[in-house]
Design a protein around this ligand. Structure first.
Ligand SMILES: Cc1cc2nc3c(=O)[nH]c(=O)nc-3n(C[C@H](O)[C@H](O)[C@H](O)COP(=O)(O)O)c2cc1C
Length: 278
């Protein structure tokens, strides 16, 4: 998936073309629906015949039919039952059900992956891709046991050699431990991030009863870029999930995929021994 949320339209176009040159396999673009220049993004996606779009942060009813008419597979990211149903009704081919543990922008409900996946699975008839807290094959097996048809991993790939994140941010992920991330800024746009100086400033604002407008002002523009791409560990927004506590080594993206798949298979095999009980 190419994350388009941090890209100008011409940068997205460049990345799509680069991806097409690099692989003949399917790929997709993640499209935050609240992106200010979304029409330009969609124009590039359709013209370049991108096969898959994962839409997030917005109403799936608005753009799904346009994308589907262009022959694109559309998957929408949800954090609750209501939006899962909306996505299905809008004609989406699948949903990503993303739990409270996940890095980056998140649902306000604080529903964990463990509780979310079975609920969404019961709610919709389209495939459910689990996200949030999955950084290993064992976690993938757990998500599949809950009813997921696939998984999406974010934080684990942020700490790979190929990731375009700043090296300082990658080191911060490797060093992150239990309890080092927090979901905050619910009134503005809920986000899970590392508890750095910027987070402390947000906490301080909450303690003095800051209004939503003050929080928006404190967040300002380009915080995420400052932290994740420019490596400003104090003032930047360092979006990462709880699973960062389990990430202790930089790997290549291929290693992550191979190890996750290998561990998933081993886990399934070891769990199958339970079927001998009783
Ligand atoms: C640094 C970072 C940036 C992300 N950016 C986006 C994004 O632009 N759009 C989106 O739908 N999800 C985004 N996500 C969420 C991931 O796509 C994924 O659902 C999430 O990371 C899964 O949880 P995990 O972090 O526990 O693996 C981002 C996650 C991280 C860690």
């Amino acid at each position: 998936m190419i994350g388009s949320g941090s890209m100008y339209p011409e940068v997205l176009l460049e990345h799509i073309q680069k991806c097409k040159r690099a692989t003949s396999k399917p790929f997709g673009v993640n499209l935050p629906l609240l992106y200010p220049d979304i029409d330009k993004h969609i124009e590039h996606i359709i013209n370049e015949k991108v096969p898959i779009v994962f839409s997030s942060a917005g109403n799936p009813a608005k753009y799904t039919s346009k994308l589907k008419e262009a022959g694109i597979t559309v998957v929408h990211v949800v954090a609750n039952k209501k939006f899962a149903l909306k996505a299905e009704q809008a004609g989406c081919d699948a949903v990503v059900a993303e739990g409270f543990e996940a890095g980056g922008h998140n649902g306000r409900e604080e529903t964990t992956t463990m509780c979310l996946i079975p609920m969404i699975k019961e709610q919709v008839n389209i495939p459910v891709i689990a996200a949030g807290g999955i950084g290993s094959g064992r976690a993938m097996a757990a998500a599949m046991a809950l009813g997921a048809d696939g998984v999406q991993m974010g934080s684990r790939f942020a700490a790979t050699f190929e990731s375009s994140a700043h090296e300082a941010f990658k080191s911060e992920i490797i060093n992150a431990d239990d309890g080092d991330t927090q979901l905050t800024l619910k009134e503005v746009t809920p986000v899970r991030l590392i508890k750095n100086k910027f987070y402390a400033d947000v906490q301080e604002a909450y303690e003095r009863g800051a209004s939503k407008e003050e929080l928006i002002q404190l967040l300002g523009r380009g915080r995420a870029k400052k932290g994740m791409f420019e490596g400003d560990l104090k003032e930047g927004e360092l979006e990462i999930g709880q699973v960062s506590a389990q990430i202790s080594k930089m790997k290549t993206a291929a290693e992550v995929v191979e190890e996750t798949w290998g561990e998933f298979q081993l886990t399934c095999k070891s769990l199958s021994s339970f079927s001998n009980f009783g």
